[in-house]
Design a protein around this ligand. Structure first.
Ligand code: PRP
Ligand code: ORO
Length: 188
């Protein structure tokens, strides 16, 4: 399959599996008449692996090839299956890509880490999300990663809801990429 056909199959799966027409309160406290419950896609046997390939290809088309970054991840838990899907998709292509998880708070026992996985210090990373509304979650991850000494190159999300995340991320000096938008999900 080409990236275009991967992307259109992914859009079809997200529409079928994850778009819920209900009045909900979002992470930011805002209200919405629909919810994109991306966990139902990122943890699905077909959509999950597809997400890994679509995200790798999208980043490559945007100028971030496999040699340009070392690790991917974001704020738990929405970002976690996206990061591991990319790690496995990269491995299937013979590429080395690490994943990491940014905890909402550092653990208070064991290694007491906020960022789990191979060390990110001095490494080039891309911050991920499953869905973005205000961009607050990826920005929190960006700050934690910078504090840990990572070089954050960009933010990449599977579904962008077109409600200000792009503008907020770009104001942080980072490029923002999304694989699917509202039009792909018949939500525009
Ligand atoms: O762009 P934002 O305004 O930050 O909103 C989007 C965030 O909301 C969802 O996660 P949620 O906070 O529901 O938690 P979860 O990942 O733990 O499920 C989603 O996975 C994003 O992380
Ligand atoms: O903003 C959010 O909290 C949010 C929106 C959405 O569509 N899906 C989701 O998982 N979170």
């Amino acid at each position: 399959m080409t990236n275009d056909s991967h992307k259109s199959r992914l859009a079809e799966l997200v529409r079928e599996l994850a778009v819920i027409h209900e009045h909900v309160t979002l992470a930011s406290g805002k209200e919405s008449d629909f919810y994109v419950d991306m966990r139902r896609a990122t943890l699905h046997h077909e959509a999950g692996p597809l997400i890994g390939h679509v995200m790798l290809d999208m980043l490559e088309e945007a100028g971030f090839g496999p040699e340009d970054y070392d690790a991917v991840g974001g704020l738990t838990m929405g970002a976690d299956p996206v990061a591991t899907a990319m790690m496995h998709a990269a491995a299937s292509r013979g590429l080395n890509l690490d994943a990491f998880v940014v905890r909402k708070a550092a653990k208070d026992h064991g290694m007491k880490r906020r960022i789990e996985g191979p060390d990110v210090q001095g490494r080039r990373v891309i911050v991920l999300e499953d869905t973005s509304t205000t961009g607050g979650s990826p920005i929190e991850a960006v700050h934690a990663l910078r504090e840990a000494g990572a070089e954050v190159l960009a933010v990449a999300v599977v579904v962008d809801r077109a409600t200000g995340a792009k503008e907020r991320i770009e104001a942080e000096g980072l490029p923002y990429f999304s694989a699917l938008g509202l039009a792909d999900l018949d939500l525009d």
